[in-house]
Ligand binder design. Structure first.
Ligand code: DAH
Length: 336
């Protein structure tokens, strides 16, 4: 028995441990529940009583030897790992900047617009991009032969096999959401309606087949043109600063009467110019009739603005196409 213990001690001493794998092999061979040290303790019954004390002491020595070798090697390997980390990676070097992502300039402009109108007491609504002729044109008082219905401006969509039933369109503006809202909700209505719109136009630096609008609508008893203008001026000041130079001029839209447009003065290094930022007007009584609201009882104002134009002015972008290319080199510049 004593010899067995001696040879076990020798094996423990001679076992080579130079990495984690060998450390684990050592543990399995000697220290685990089925390891050689435990097996030896299991043989204690065979030892004559008068030798038990001495053999037990030798066994404990073997066990402690194995445990100490394991602990020491483990610590040694851990500190080596730290040393090799410090040798290859200079942790005092400055970290390479990483791109963390950012909001698209259109999203940033849209968020600003939303914040302003939420402050002015409007809520936010939306509607579908695939519209029918009724919501996109008819209910908005477009006469049947109005040029905006022309194939050149509108993407027509056929939903059934019947070639005569081309009565769906990709919405050409966000104004149809006004119609949906007024059909669902009785006045007072005070909402903005952001969304993507589509026009069948040639793609150039100035025009694209899709862009973004924010529609606005306020319907109540005794809403006036003065309130409309007041709201738009407030918007222009909050968006462009209180010293913004603006003007309001008469215009025409089928769904408003009277109608107007708002321009802001834009100063760049190349000079200054008036830029149209939105169309607006008092809701036409024919629009109220299309949605069963009594035009004798209620009045309202509406407006529609282009988000792309606002983003382009804000960031000095002169080609609308870059807003839709998703080129990461462009987008990275808006990491605010
Ligand atoms: N829908 C018009 C467009 O796409 C913009 C517009 C003008 C919206 C006047 C309105 C409005 O609500 O009152 O050009």
């Amino acid at each position: 028995m004593k010899n067995k213990i001696e040879s076990l001690k020798e094996d423990i001493k001679n076992f080579e441990i130079s990495d984690e794998k060998e450390l684990e092999a050592f543990r399995l061979e000697f220290l685990s529940r089925n390891g050689r040290v435990q097996k030896m303790f299991g043989m204690m019954g065979e030892v004559p009583n008068n030798e038990k004390a001495e053999v037990g002491k030798a066994m404990n020595e073997a066990k402690n030897l194995a445990q100490k070798k394991f602990d020491d090697k483990k610590e040694e390997l851990n500190s080596e790992a730290e040393v090799s980390f410090a040798a290859t990676d200079d942790i005092s070097l400055p970290v390479e900047p990483s791109y963390t992502g950012s909001y698209h300039p259109l999203t940033q402009a849209l968020n600003e617009i939303k914040q302003i109108f939420l402050r002015l007491g409007f809520n936010i609504a939306d509607g579908p991009e695939l519209e029918d002729d009724f919501h996109n044109f008819t209910a908005l008082n477009f006469p049947p032969d109005h040029p905006a219905r022309d194939m050149q401006d509108t993407f027509f969509v056929r939903k059934s096999d019947d070639p005569k039933k081309e009565d769906h369109v990709l919405r050409t503006h966000t104004s149809p959401v006004q119609i949906r809202l007024m059909k669902e909700q009785k006045p007072p209505v005070r909402s903005i309606m952001p969304g993507r719109v589509f026009r069948n136009e040639a793609v150039t630096a100035k025009s694209y087949f899709q862009f973004n609008q924010v529609e606005g609508l306020y319907v109540n008893e005794r809403v006036t043109l003065g309130e409309l203008i007041e709201t738009l001026v407030m918007f222009a000041k909050l968006m462009y600063g209180s010293d913004v130079k603006y003007r309001v001029r008469p215009s025409f839209f089928p769904f408003t009467e009277p109608s107007l447009e708002m321009d802001v003065w834009w100063q760049s290094d190349k000079g200054g110019q008036w830029l149209e930022i939105l169309g607006a007007g008092m809701v036409d009584p024919n629009v109220f009739k299309a949605v069963d609201i009594d035009p004798e009882k209620y009045t309202g104002f509406a407006f529609g603005m282009g988000v792309d134009r606002i983003a382009m002015l804000r960031y000095g972008i002169d080609d609308i196409r870059v807003l839709y290319d998703n080129d990461i080199r462009f987008l990275e510049q808006f990491n605010s």
